[in-house]
Design a protein around this ligand. Structure first.
Ligand code: HEC
Ligand code: HEC
Ligand code: HEC
Ligand code: HEC
Ligand code: HEC
Ligand code: HEC
Ligand code: HEC
Ligand code: HEC
Ligand code: HEC
Ligand code: HEC
Length: 316
């Protein structure tokens, strides 16, 4: 039975995290997050579940549209044997009712941005049921370490969770990631502002084994999944390209063409001598060697690598 394992885990987490605190006799509203966790420990230990389940909760909460929206989503599906509705119902997530039905003063486990409970405590509830191997990367993920709650991204009381919708997931992410929001609206960007592409085309939202939680093991593998022609192999490679595409590109967006961090010649001169070799190079007649906005690329046009036998200087 899933639930038993889940409650023993939650209980041990709560006991562990609050064993240093004394029992409080302050009114509920004045409790700090830590004190509240202590109270919920006591409540869990008592295990006073409502004998009538959701029916009981709804005597007071059914006028709240948010609450009722649960029944349009998967967690309120009364037909499924895996659903919370087949078990402890509302209390599967919000914990045992205890004295809460006496006017709603005794706290329940609450979720999301306004919750007084720490993210790890909130998340333990979800992970009680959602603990398949695919979730393992979560534990070492930056989001977990930064104490982001599952409910910061996911909405439970809704017919469809906006985070699971390709057309609104970018909004979820950019609600916190304002730098990337600014970048994706710049002149050159991946088509994210129209939701044709999403953050999770490149990032695994629950974490991954790679840096920056990418969907593939490396930056380049991530890029190759759509830009296969850049993979090569090339007869003449350009070292920074095989090393990492982000040595020149900002994947989120840029004020320069082609998502470039910098324009040529500065882009190139980060690595190649600043004086270049303009004086030694004899341009073709009538050619403005560094003009047309292309600068070095006027001659070194095969910047990602060349397959021409005489292309060692990436010029053909
Ligand atoms: C006798 C009425 C009553 C009953 C029964 C009741 N509640 Fe409440 N509940 C309240 C009141 C009042 C509040 C505080 C005002 C509000 O947020 O709506 C509240 C608040 C909550 C909150 C928000 C807590 C917070 O800190 O934001 C949750 C979650 C909750 N109840 C869940 C439940 C669940 C689950 C049940 C059934 C096990 C239940 N309630 C039964 C009256 C009740
Ligand atoms: C699968 C876990 C889960 C179940 C089951 C669940 N809730 Fe919730 N509840 C949440 C989360 C998460 C939130 C935060 C808002 C959201 O994600 O929709 C929440 C928010 C609430 C709130 C605060 C709503 C507000 O206006 O801000 C109340 C009250 C509540 N739930 C009551 C209930 C009742 C009553 C039931 C049973 C009918 C229930 N919940 C079942 C997870 C759950
Ligand atoms: C009592 C078990 C249980 C708990 C607790 C629970 N879930 Fe679920 N959840 C399910 C079931 C069952 C499904 C539907 C089947 C599936 O996709 O695994 C589901 C599906 C989901 C989905 C996919 C929804 C979709 O529309 O496909 C998300 C996201 C999710 N849960 C998040 C959460 C979060 C966040 C929490 C904690 C606030 C939570 N769950 C708590 C049982 C649970
Ligand atoms: C940073 C935002 C974010 C956080 C935090 C987050 N999720 Fe998700 N989750 C997503 C996105 C985005 C998807 C859709 C993934 C896809 O479509 O490939 C998803 C999908 C899911 C699904 C359904 C698909 C699946 O993988 O089975 C479940 C269940 C789920 N999340 C549970 C959780 C739980 C449990 C937590 C907390 C431990 C959590 N999520 C934390 C963003 C998040
Ligand atoms: C509630 C706020 C919040 C939401 C929502 C959120 N993030 Fe984050 N995310 C953070 C914080 C905080 C960090 C750590 C600081 C940083 O790198 O900005 C982070 C870090 C990251 C990182 C860097 C990971 C690493 O290992 O270096 C990526 C990638 C990321 N988030 C992607 C996403 C995506 C994709 C979504 C939407 C599915 C999302 N985030 C939603 C808060 C959030
Ligand atoms: C085309 C692929 C791609 C898309 C789409 C994408 N990212 Fe990234 N993101 C990356 C790569 C690659 C890195 C690593 C950059 C580096 O190492 O310099 C990264 C890094 C990050 C980081 C860590 C930044 C840091 O300074 O450590 C965050 C946060 C992030 N992305 C959030 C997002 C968000 C939010 C979205 C959606 C608006 C998004 N990304 C869309 C490829 C992408
Ligand atoms: C999910 C597919 C996908 C992934 C992964 C992806 N791209 Fe793209 N990329 C696109 C699409 C779609 C376009 C837009 C093509 C168009 O507008 O013609 C694009 C365009 C570009 C452009 C040209 C932008 C412009 O302003 O014209 C560059 C540069 C680029 N991507 C670099 C990268 C890099 C670097 C990575 C890895 C960090 C990457 N891409 C990963 C799909 C992807
Ligand atoms: C040394 C810097 C540099 C590196 C590293 C680099 N690029 Fe580029 N990339 C450029 C320049 C410069 C342009 C503009 C080319 C032009 O204007 O002719 C460009 C243009 C692009 C374009 C759009 C035009 C086209 O050729 O399709 C894509 C897509 C692209 N790069 C993907 C990648 C990928 C994927 C990687 C990693 C495998 C990568 N780039 C690594 C410098 C670089
Ligand atoms: C991140 C550093 C970096 C950037 C940025 C960069 N390069 Fe390179 N480039 C290298 C390295 C390293 C080599 C290999 C040098 C070697 O093998 O001696 C190389 C090789 C070359 C070569 C072949 C020359 C040779 O001796 O093999 C040319 C031509 C070249 N780069 C042009 C450019 C141009 C044009 C730009 C700008 C669009 C550029 N590079 C941007 C690092 C960079
Ligand atoms: C008018 C065409 C032209 C332009 C513009 C040009 N190059 Fe070259 N480049 C050449 C030729 C031809 C060679 C080989 C002859 C030589 O070594 O002088 C070369 C050689 C190189 C080499 C190989 C090492 C070396 O110094 O001989 C590098 C690196 C390089 N260029 C980088 C650049 C960078 C960076 C820029 C922009 C600041 C640039 N080039 C602009 C034509 C050009």
């Amino acid at each position: 039975m899933k639930h038993c394992k889940f409650y023993s885990r939650l209980l041990s987490l709560l006991l562990f995290s609050s064993s240093i605190l004394a029992v409080q006799a302050t009114p509920w509203d004045d409790l700090s997050g830590e004190q509240l966790e202590q109270q919920l420990v006591d409540k869990f230990a008592e295990g006073k579940y409502s004998p009538k389940g959701a029916d009981n909760c709804l005597t007071c909460h059914r006028k709240n549209e948010t609450v009722m929206a649960l029944f349009s989503g998967v967690h309120g599906n009364i037909a499924s044997s895996d659903s919370p509705m087949a078990g402890l119902q509302c209390e599967a997530c919000h914990g045992p009712q205890g004295q809460h039905n006496r006017g709603g003063k005794e706290p329940m486990i609450a979720f999301g941005a306004d919750s007084k409970l720490s993210a790890p405590t909130q998340n333990t509830v979800c992970q009680g049921c959602h603990n398949d191997p695919e979730q393992m990367a979560w534990h070492t993920s930056t989001h977990n370490l930064e104490e982001i709650a599952c409910a910061d991204c996911h909405t439970i009381h809704a017919a469809t969770d906006p985070t699971l919708d390709k057309l609104s997931v970018n909004d979820t992410c950019t609600s916190c990631h304002t730098q990337e929001k600014a970048d994706m609206n710049k002149r050159s960007s991946h088509p994210m502002k129209w939701d044709q592409m999403t953050c999770i085309d490149c990032h695994a939202p629950h974490g991954s084994m790679s840096e920056s939680a990418l969907v593939k093991p490396t930056v380049n593998d991530t890029c190759y999944s759509c830009h296969a022609e850049k993979r090569g192999p090339f007869l003449w490679e350009h070292a920074p390209v095989t090393e990492s595409c982000v040595s020149c590109h900002n994947p989120h967006g840029s004020v320069n063409d082609n998502l470039l961090d910098n324009r040529a010649p500065q882009l190139c001169q980060q690595c190649h001598a600043a004086d270049g070799h303009a004086s030694r190079v004899v341009p073709e007649p009538g050619m403005d060697a560094f003009g047309g906005g292309k600068s070095c690329l006027n001659c070194h046009s095969q910047i990602h690598g060349s397959n021409h036998p005489a292309g060692s200087l990436l010029q053909r």
